[in-house]
Design a protein around this ligand. Structure first.
Ligand code: PLP
Length: 217
């Protein structure tokens, strides 16, 4: 366990899939982790992190950004429209765009702020009612809508149902991205990132395998 171990496993998985190890970005998911563990990973030279709550990220990352250059922060949890402005100021990438109302809010703020993070669309590949993400029936139209609004959508993200084989969901996400000409795929967590890499992940979101188990969240 740890950053070095996960990086080595990513390289192995790339090799097994005939892919360049540089083609997979490791997002270290630091939510709920003690600050000293996050700092240790920064000290090791890692710069790409993921958080699932805007508020929690706001309490942590501005201070780290003052001390460490070139941090790239990804929002990987649901985004309420009333937190969109704060999210656009905090994050370099927002991976959880999943509904027209949020897309329209982001466009308005993009014009106001004069910049916009890179965006991913979250897809509810398991069609789970309680889960965030645009549903399968609506995803193609939503991608078109975001593009027509001028939003910088670069890829897709999914969180497969816990009780299903994730590879099927990863393959489905890759297929949707390919038919829409999107190059980035954020998929795979501690338990399944090797399988995600086999299906074409360009970002994997790994928390506990780097930092250790979380108490909660
Ligand atoms: C917490 C979280 C992760 C990381 O989960 P681990 O199993 O600890 O690797 C990845 N993606 C999302 C969206 C998360 O909320």
């Amino acid at each position: 366990m740890g950053l070095g171990d996960v990086s080595a496993r990513i390289s192995e998985a790339c090799k097994a899939a005939g892919r360049d190890p540089g083609s997979v970005r490791l997002i270290a998911v630091s939510k709920v982790q003690p600050l000293d563990r996050v700092e240790a990973v920064l000290q090791e030279g890692h710069r790409v992190f993921g958080e699932n709550k805007v508020q929690e990220a706001a309490g942590k990352w501005p201070a780290f950004r003052e001390r460490f250059e070139d941090i790239e922060l990804h929002l990987i949890g649901p985004l309420q429209t009333n937190k969109a402005r704060q999210a656009m100021e905090l994050f370099d990438v927002i991976q959880t765009v999943d509904r027209p109302k949020l897309a329209r809010t982001l466009v308005r703020l993009k014009d106001e702020l004069g910049h916009c993070p890179q965006l991913y669309i979250q897809v509810n590949t398991g069609e789970e009612p309680q889960k965030a993400g645009i549903d399968l029936a609506g995803v193609d139209a939503f991608i078109v809508e975001c593009r027509e609004l001028g939003l910088p959508v670069v890829g897709l993200m999914c969180i497969p149902p816990v009780d299903e084989e994730p590879s099927l969901h990863f393959a489905l996400l890759a297929k949707i991205a390919a038919r829409n000409g999107l190059g980035e795929l954020s998929m795979g967590m501690s338990s399944d990132f090797e399988r995600a890499i086999a299906q074409g992940a360009t970002s994997v979101r790994v928390g506990s395998a780097i930092f250790g188990e979380r108490d909660h969240g």
